[in-house]
Design a protein around this ligand. Structure first.
Ligand code: PEP
Ligand code: MN
Length: 258
């Protein structure tokens, strides 16, 4: 696989936004505050892969007009998770700028292949691939290859940590060697860290994000909500847009080339 670098913006690339899009007001308000603080790429879950049934599974397609309105009002790029060909088709039809494949999807070659086929011929939409929930570098590389093999040029990887049954400080243990091995195999691959899903709680976020910066990751994807404690998913790990702004200002960026 011959992965070429494509992301030319200043590093680190910060993607921020709520775990889930909940209501038009929650989304508009959160995006407005993030944009005021200089964020240019917004994330938000439309379909949520929940571990157990009967929890909030995302608002679904009703979010698309809200996203369209926010993109126009705030002039931002917008990223969502896709887990099937149908999600890809709806995302492209609704002019979503960036797609990511979630950790529970990366583990399944059938799903990834289906997503890749739905993206065949799409050149300008970046696709970011989260690590699989289990610590398997080859499965992560395999997903990247499936996308590469249908001609997608803007590919990136997101390190979001790995499931463990052991007692752990983290929600998902980082196992930093895995993304570093990925980077050494594919030096031009865009590599982003997701401290939110590694930490699972606000108190751990900063040290994870700082470590990613020290290791020269290319960016961060961080969950931010106007009222984290009231969030419908991942309440314990989200930051308000203003807390995120302080957080970013306190990061030491050791990447003087950018
Ligand atoms: C998310 O980004 O909200 C999410 C569900 O992430 P992951 O696939 O890393 O669990
Ligand atoms: Mn989340």
């Amino acid at each position: 696989m011959n992965i070429k670098s494509w992301h030319t913006d200043k590093k680190p690339w910060i993607i921020a936004g709520p775990c889930s899009i909940e209501t038009e007001a929650q989304f508009d308000d959160t995006v407005g505050q993030l944009v005021k603080n200089g964020i240019k790429t917004i994330r938000g879950g439309v379909w949520k892969p929940r571990t157990r049934p009967n929890s909030f599974e995302g608002v679904g397609e009703v979010a698309f007009p809200w996203i369209k309105a926010a993109k126009k009002k705030y002039n931002v790029d917008f990223a969502i998770e896709v887990a099937s060909a149908e999600h890809v088709e709806l995302a492209l039809k609704n002019e979503i700028d960036i797609l990511w494949i979630g950790a529970r999807t990366t583990v399944n070659p059938f799903n990834v292949q289906e997503i890749a086929e739905a993206l065949r011929g799409v050149k300008d939409v970046p696709i970011l691939v989260k690590n699989p929930i289990n610590p398997d570098l080859n499965l992560w590389i395999g997903a990247l290859e499936r996308l590469h093999d249908v001609g997608i040029e803007k590919i990136g990887a997101i390190h979001r940590g790995f499931s463990t049954y052991q007692e752990s400080l983290y929600r998902n243990i980082p196992l930093w060697q895995i993304p570093l091995d990925l980077k050494s195999r594919f030096p031009e691959l865009l590599l982003i860290n997701d401290p939110s899903h590694i930490a699972g709680k606000r108190s751990l976020l900063f040290e994870i994000a700082q470590k990613a910066m020290n290791l020269q990751f290319d960016g961060l994807i961080i969950e931010s909500h106007r009222n984290p404690d009231e969030a419908w998913s991942d309440a314990a790990q989200q930051l308000t847009p203003d807390a995120l702004d302080d957080f970013i200002k306190n990061l030491e960026i050791r990447n003087p080339g950018f």
